[in-house]
Design a protein. Structure first.
Length: 347
């Protein structure tokens, strides 16, 4: 099989990782999950930096599991760049080819070509301390690509950058990954990075796969609370019948226009939740009273967390609505969601 084919098994006293992972040539797979889910452990196991308790790692059909990290032919881009401080940008990029046995002159020529590709042709002599964060990240990317790897691993490659630089480097990284012929695995905690850079998402929790698919599919059909929060949806599990979903735990029920029967997930956007100070006229089908748990500004909107019972939910409202409804922690409101705003799919 071309590309990456792996089963990653890492046993620790308080944590187990057991994950099957694959990536085709030219495909970018993003590993997502909450803190402690095993994302970085999986990446380190692929690189040979984490001792494995079993499984295998194959790239283009070659088993790499018994090889040390420096012989796996894998390109890595780290969160903190890890450039050699005493070497210039050119020598940092040339280090990989040199370690593969490429002659010094040829390695330097290859490094110069890669620095030109990432827009740093004028910074070949600069030491890491003289580079900005964005420039250092581009040197790290060029260093990883210069070894002509068949597998690229990227560990939170944008997390150390400021917001403005992140936009620029994300766009540049996307261009270079689109031109990369090998398989790539990206670890990130940022859903936007994953949605923009990845062809497929792999979500892990507690060291196990919980969901995978194309970004748009995962965003439309989250299957865990973590994924729902990641893509900004309210998510519930329950039993559907007759246009109504009875939520698990007896916490309430919600009407829907979908006609599914049996075990389902039901989701809706926080922006679909309307809040009222008093019970609204007309009694919408999905209406309940809730206590405000928190009120937090998010850009030009305000996120209001509603506590259950009967139904806990997040609602997005305007700052004006916060003032008009006198929304503060502990206040009581009425919440409503139109049946047409709910989305139901099989569990």
């Amino acid at each position: 099989m071309k590309g990456l084919e792996a089963r990653l098994v890492v046993r620790r006293p308080a944590f187990d990782l057991d994950l099957e992972l694959s990536a085709e040539p030219g495909e970018v797979v993003a590993l997502l999950g909450p803190n402690g889910a095993g994302k970085s452990t999986a990446l380190r196991a692929l690189a040979g930096l984490e001792p494995s308790s079993g499984g295998h790692v194959r790239v283009d059909g070659t088993e790499l599991g018994s090889l040390p990290p420096d012989r796996r032919g894998i390109g890595m881009v780290f969160q903190d760049y890890l450039l050699f401080p005493h070497l210039s940008a050119l020598e940092n990029v040339a280090f990989g080819p040199r370690s593969q046995g490429v002659r010094r002159r040829d390695a330097r020529r290859r490094a110069a070509e890669w620095l030109e590709r990432v827009g740093l042709a004028d910074h070949t002599a600069a030491k890491p301390r003289a580079l900005s964060g964005g420039q250092a990240q581009r040197v790290a990317l060029a260093r990883a690509l210069a070894v002509e790897p068949k597998l690229m691993l990227l560990d939170e490659p944008l997390s150390a950058l400021d917001a403005h630089t992140k936009l620029e480097i994300r766009a540049a990284l996307r261009r270079h990954l689109e031109g990369f012929e090998g398989a790539a695995v990206l670890v990130t905690h940022d859903p936007l990075d994953a949605m923009v850079l990845a062809d497929r998402l792999v979500v892990i929790e507690g060291g196990r796969l919980v969901q995978e698919g194309e970004p748009a599919e995962v965003a439309r059909h989250p299957r865990t609370d973590y994924v729902a929060r990641l893509v900004g949806l309210n998510l519930y599990r329950g039993v559907a019948g007759g246009g109504t979903v009875v939520l698990d735990g007896g916490s309430g029920k919600l009407d829907t226009i979908d006609s599914l029967e049996g075990e389902v997930f039901l989701a809706f956007q926080p922006s679909a939740v309307a809040l009222y100070r008093t019970r609204p006229d007309g009694s919408p089908r999905n209406l309940w009273q809730a206590r405000v748990g928190s009120v937090e500004r998010q850009g030009d909107r305000v996120r209001v967390e509603l506590e259950g019972p009967p139904i806990a939910a997040a609602a997005d409202v305007t700052p004006g609505a916060v003032a008009e409804l006198e929304l503060v922690e502990g206040s009581m409101v009425w919440a409503a969601v139109k049946a047409t705003e709910t989305h139901v799919y099989p569990a």
